[in-house]
Design a protein around this ligand. Structure first.
Ligand SMILES: *Cc1c(COP(=O)(O)O)cnc(C)c1O
Length: 396
């Protein structure tokens, strides 16, 4: 039983005796009652052998943690109240005053913002590297570098990095360390979701995801996860998570659990629709480039071809510089099925215009405006017709 779609449905959950339902129960608690003082003093939650307090986990959260870890090919998982809180949890678990952090220049914007403002205030410095250039990462790693973020592909501009090469740069730097303090790699795996590729097989130490996206699939819940294979790393994340008081609700956990059995199906359906629309968009007048790692000519295409066997529902379009931002904004306003909004991997298609030079420190090769599209679950023909009618207003 190796196919992920099958394993998402036939998972190890055992219903309570005499109640053979497929769906796990939704447990909620702040207080958990102990049978006696001995149990109060000794019951252990850190290895999931017992329950002690709502923030330390419930039967419902333990099931979701087990399933996300399994999907990603990891061993341990910690849930956070949003994808972004999972990012900051990783940073706070592994970084201390005086440490350095390296982030890809094309990383998820709020990841960069957390480092630039909060981490900077705590004496942790961050620098950006070019995700497509392992030599740039090698040049920027110093003994104080404790953590290197990876993201595949980059946010908005969708460059696909050579993850094994970046991981190798970090391994080589670690091999020269004499103080025993190693640099860790953490991947924002929201796009891959454990389906497009297996992060741990590519060598990363920590895999973080916004469960808000594919695992939920409903555009109605926020949650994040941090998955590890190494027990010591997991304990570090778990203890920081506990000290920060991060918890997720039983109802939110239920929503994510409910999305999992259809996740692989949705992922591949949205992948096919996205590629179709991205290829069609490439042929339209006024389009300079369509960014999608499966398209030849898209930055990092060769790494994508080698390391991934599926792609998420995102593509970005760079328009001819003859169109002003105002015209591109009007194009977005003309779209009817593609709604304006953040996030992706839900049932509804979304788009948003971006001014790339304002979110990057490395040079950006284009001068035209960029629009990112997130393809939902609508019929492809309807989405194509929507794009066509909005493009017609652009050239008119
Ligand atoms: C959405 C997203 C996040 C943050 O998830 P939230 O649940 O919205 O906080 C982090 N990384 C990536 C790549 C995302 O797309």
């Amino acid at each position: 039983m190796s196919d992920l779609s099958t394993r998402l449905i036939h998972h190890p959950y055992r219903p309570p005796e005499g109640f053979e339902a497929f769906a796990p129960g939704v447990h909620k608690a702040s207080t958990v009652i102990f049978p006696d003082v001995h149990a109060l003093r000794t019951q252990e939650w850190k290895d999931k052998s017992g329950y002690t307090y709502g923030l330390h986990g419930t039967p419902t959260t333990f099931i979701l943690e087990e399933r996300i870890a399994t999907i990603e090919g990891g061993r341990f998982c910690v849930l956070a109240p949003s994808g972004l809180s999972a990012v900051s949890l990783v940073d706070m678990a592994f970084l201390r005053q005086g440490d350095e952090l390296l982030i890809p220049d094309n990383a998820y914007g709020p990841n960069k913002a957390f480092a630039s403002v909060e981490l900077a205030a705590w004496g942790i410095t961050r620098r950006y590297y070019d995700a497509l250039d392992p030599a740039d990462l090698a040049a920027k790693i110093v003994p104080a570098t404790r953590l290197v973020w990876l993201e595949a592909p980059g946010s908005i501009t969708l460059e696909y990095p050579d993850i094994p090469a970046l991981v190798d740069v970090v391994r080589r730097a670690n091999a020269t360390r004499e103080d025993g303090r190693h640099t860790l790699t953490a991947l924002d795996n929201t796009w891959g979701a454990g389906i497009a590729f297996k992060a741990f097989e590519l060598g990363v130490d920590v895999s973080m995801q916004a469960l808000t996206k594919y695992p939920s699939g409903g555009a109605d819940v926020l949650m994040g996860s941090v998955v590890t294979r190494d027990e010591a790393l997991h304990q570090q994340v778990l203890m920081t998570h506990m000290r920060l008081g991060l918890g997720v609700s039983g109802n939110d956990t239920e929503l994510v659990l409910r999305g999992l059995p259809t996740m692989a199906l949705r992922y591949h359906a949205q992948d096919a629709a996205t590629r179709e629309l991205a290829r069609w968009m490439q042929e339209q007048k006024g389009v300079v480039q369509v960014l999608h790692p499966a398209l030849p000519g898209s930055p990092g295409h060769a790494s994508f071809q080698r390391d991934a066997h599926a792609a998420a529902c995102l593509f970005s379009v760079v328009f001819d510089p003859q169109f002003s931002q105002r015209q591109i904004d009007a194009f977005c306003d003309h779209l009817k099925l593609f709604k304006l909004g953040w996030s992706w991997a839900g049932p509804i298609s979304l788009c948003a215009p971006y001014d790339v030079p304002t979110i990057r420190s490395l040079p950006w090769p284009h001068t035209g405006c960029l629009v990112r599209f997130a393809v939902g679950l609508e019929a492809v023909d309807d989405l194509r017709a929507d794009l066509a009618q909005a493009l017609a207003t652009l050239s008119a």
